[in-house]
Ligand binder design. Structure first.
Ligand SMILES: *[C@@H]1O[C@H](CO)[C@@H](O)[C@H](O)[C@H]1NC(C)=O
Ligand SMILES: *[C@@H]1O[C@H](CO)[C@@H](O)[C@H](O)[C@H]1NC(C)=O
Ligand SMILES: *[C@@H]1O[C@H](CO)[C@@H](O)[C@H](O)[C@H]1NC(C)=O
Ligand SMILES: *[C@@H]1O[C@H](CO)[C@@H](O)[C@H](O)[C@H]1NC(C)=O
Ligand SMILES: *[C@@H]1O[C@H](CO)[C@@H](O)[C@H](O)[C@H]1NC(C)=O
Ligand SMILES: *[C@@H]1O[C@H](CO)[C@@H](O)[C@H](O)[C@H]1NC(C)=O
Length: 698
């Protein structure tokens, strides 16, 4: 050991690296199979261990600790009995599918199809809707060995969902029995006012059945169409058609004006909110894909979402059992996860608590209640993963804002869709914080509310393909941030953002939403089409919008306002975060000079915004720009120049195929202005196949 430290001091880091890779780091393989046995040595494919908990014990043991370890997961379903808590590995550890085999790590328990049977109890049959009495299957959970059913807890605005036990068939989620199915009814009156807990409604008389329910809930957009909440019901009065809520909703209650037959382009800011559905009612189990758990009798009722609408021995039925599937806590790691599926976790699939150096590559993460990947971390890479049917997608932050030290976090080449499965507004596909995350080449689509939100500094968001966000809400952006002056240095460039349209009443939905005086982003060289509003500036400062193609918005290309002047309601929050930031430090002064001098100007005013050298396509008679409020058409607020306005689709190669490369007069203008050729659809989104090998070889 003497000689070793001597050598190290002479040869320094080079020797250390060499010694780690060549002297100390033997390569060890640990084999794991659902058909293995923890008494095996796990060191060959013929002697696999069975559980990942046993692998953790092995990782910490002499002879393995400190080596480069490959945990080879062999084909099948590996069900975790509790959260896999990875604390202190040292050296390289890779959890991966052995030879690309089909591997699922679940937070659940498989239930044999043979344990389900048709409902025979006359009272239960009576409670079921007539159309489902012959199809709904019943399972005695106690007999199936399942005792922890979890409890229904609130979800929606501001809450990361933790689900109770849920059911998945062949990897597809089911939903709690509800009415109206995938729709809403209006609040008709609020007898005790906004702050009360009573609503009346018109349910066509079917509420006579609701009174027999033992654990009824309601889910709704109670006051704003940007704040959803699930709330337990105290009781139902079918004579007055009144639901009594057990608790107040966050923003109160109001009468709804939602038109359930018309799910597109609902308008009118004042008419938002005030609509809901009932959930968790056996009497509303009336469609394939719905289920209900009676927590008193411990029975599960399900109408299978299989093609035959029943279950056969080949159907794979899973119940989610544990909250977080993986909890990772360690400072110095070189840990990675590759090529397998993680599913059926009631809360997060991966919770990262202050870790450094974790890579997720070609993973599939699905069917979680909470986020796929969540936490505060350094050097996290999420690469080429498929993430779907989760709550939130990848929600990570890292780095040091005081000293502007980069997080080295990377979220690239992923496919994330159908996030916000349960609960809309807390569940974006990507949420980043801290300093310098690279979010590039992702394909994000079909989310109920925001697609990507950012906080913090110096992030680069580029070459992403984002569409069909804000699907079930209003006042939203496919990309969004807000209410902070100090989130400086962020760049959004070369993305395709499209089909962000309002289907619910309320304020605008936008491609990029700069809410409540957000300031200083650079929005450059993006291609945006068929959004209601491509971008807004919500009263903020120093934002730059340039070299973008903004094509055929249904309302307006860019909407700007001066809300700090007309409504100073956010100023306290803005001042507080300003004061909490080191904006007067030498480092911040050199990096963000306009923030340094913000108090020398009128900070309430939308000063220093620039909108130049963009291409705006609009049909005849429609506006490209909208000043939302009076007195805003001033160049010290919004410096607007050199934009190319056109109503000719002949200026583009093929707008119907999302090909906005320029031709004709637009091409001539572009060459004069050094306007780069707009990014094409095949240049955005993942560059490599996403998800585990077993999925893309199929
Ligand atoms: C970290 O692990 C990867 C394998 O996942 C390996 O290629 C790399 O060399 C490791 N880095 C260090 C510093 O050990
Ligand atoms: C996934 O498995 C395939 C097949 O074995 C392999 O080619 C690929 O490199 C693996 N990917 C990762 C990230 O380990
Ligand atoms: C509702 O309660 C809030 C405080 O939670 C109060 O500020 C507001 O005035 C109340 N509104 C009505 C209509 O009673
Ligand atoms: C959101 O709205 C779409 C379109 O109406 C619908 O298909 C989808 O199921 C809704 N999502 C949720 C989670 O309610
Ligand atoms: C532009 O959008 C409108 C809807 O707002 C649509 O009716 C029209 O067909 C679109 N035009 C082109 C050229 O895409
Ligand atoms: C802003 O003012 C200028 C004149 O100062 C005018 O030409 C322009 O049309 C105005 N823009 C809007 C959107 O009203």
């Amino acid at each position: 050991m003497m000689t070793f430290s001597l050598f190290r001091s002479v040869f320094g880091a080079w020797f250390l690296l060499w010694s780690v890779t060549c002297v100390w780091a033997a390569t060890v393989h640990i084999y794991v199979s659902p058909t293995g046995d923890d008494s095996n040595d796990g060191r060959s494919p013929s002697q696999p261990v069975q559980t990942l908990n046993h692998v953790l014990v092995m990782l910490a043991s002499d002879g393995i600790l400190g080596n480069a370890v490959f945990v080879e997961l062999m084909q099948g379903y590996n069900d975790l009995s509790s959260t896999l808590h990875i604390q202190s590995t040292s050296g390289t550890v890779v959890f991966r599918a052995y030879q690309g085999q089909e591997v699922h790590v679940t937070g659940g328990r498989r239930i044999a199809s043979s344990q389900f049977h048709h409902v025979t109890d006359p009272q239960t049959l009576q409670r079921l809707p007539a159309e489902s009495r012959d199809t709904v299957l019943e399972l005695d959970l106690t007999a199936a060995g399942i005792t922890d059913l979890g409890t229904l807890t609130s979800y929606g605005f501001g809450i990361t969902t933790t689900t109770p036990l849920e059911i998945f068939i062949n990897g597809n989620p089911l939903r709690l029995a509800e009415w109206p199915n995938n729709n809403f009814i209006n609040v008709k009156s609020v007898p005790d006012g906004r702050n009360g807990t009573r609503v009346t409604y018109d349910a066509g008389g079917r509420d006579v059945n609701w009174v027999k329910e033992t654990e009824p809930w309601v889910y709704g957009w109670w006051y704003w169409s940007w704040a959803d909440r699930a709330v337990p019901v105290s009781h139902v009065d079918p004579n007055t058609h009144t639901i009594y809520l057990k608790e107040r909703t966050k923003y109160g209650l109001r009468i709804g004006h939602f038109d359930p037959t018309k799910r597109s382009h609902q308008v009118g800011n004042s008419e938002q909110g005030g609509y809901f559905r009932v959930i968790n009612m056996l009497c509303e189990l009336d469609q394939p894909g719905e289920y209900y758990i009676d927590r008193i009798t411990k029975k599960l009722y399900v109408w299978p979402n299989t093609p035959q609408q029943t279950l056969t021995s080949s159907d794979i039925v899973y119940a989610s059992m544990i909250d977080d599937c993986f909890l990772i806590e360690s400072k110095a790691l070189n840990l990675s996860f590759a090529n397998f599926t993680v599913e059926a976790c009631r809360h997060n699939a991966f919770d990262l608590n202050n870790v450094n150096g974790v890579t997720f590559q070609n993973m599939e993460i699905k069917n979680t209640g909470g986020n796929a990947i969540h936490g505060g971390s350094q050097a996290i890479s999420v690469l080429a993963c498929d993430i779907h049917d989760v709550g939130g997608g990848v929600h990570i932050s890292g780095g040091d804002r005081t000293n502007l030290v980069w997080s080295e976090n990377v979220i690239s080449d992923n496919h994330i869709w159908l996030h916000a499965r349960i609960g809309a507004t807390a569940n974006s596909a990507v949420a980043i914080g801290g300093v310098h995350t690279t979010v590039s080449h992702n394909h994000l689509h079909h989310g109920q509310y925001h697609g990507l939100i950012w906080a913090g500094n110096d992030h680069v968001i580029e070459y992403n393909h984002i569409h069909h966000m804000c699907w079930n809400s209003s006042d939203c952006g496919a990309m969004s941030t807000g209410r902070d002056w100090t989130f400086r240095g962020n760049i959004i460039r070369n993305n395709h953002i499209h089909d962000v349209q309002r289907h619910f009443p309320g304020a605008d939905v936008r491609g990029i939403m700069l809410d409540d005086q957000y300031s200083s982003v650079l929005i450059e060289s993006n291609v945006m089409y068929t959004n209601d509003v491509h971008t807004n500036i919500g009263g903020g400062r120093d934002n730059i919008i340039s070299y973008n193609v903004m094509y055929n918005s249904s309302e307006v290309e860019v909407d700007v306002d001066g809300r700090g002047l007309s409504n100073p309601g956010n100023m306290d929050t803005l001042y507080k975060s300003l004061q909490a930031s080191p904006y007067r430090s030498a480092l911040w002064k050199s990096r963000y000079p306009k923030l340094y001098s913000i108090m020398d100007h009128d900070p309430k005013a939308p000063e220093g915004n620039q909108i130049y050298t963009n291409i705006f396509y609009q049909e005849q008679g429609k506006k490209d720009m909208n000043y939302h409020g009076s007195g805003l058409n001033r160049s010290d607020y919004f410096d607007i120049h050199d934009n190319y306005l056109t109503s000719q689709s002949a200026d583009f190669q093929s707008p119907e195929n999302a090909d906005f490369r320029l031709r004709g007069e637009a091409a001539q203008w572009a060459s004069k202005m050094n306007f780069p050729q707009p990014v094409t659809l095949d240049e955005v989104g993942p560059r490599i196949p996403t998800g585990p090998y077993f999925l893309w070889k199929m």
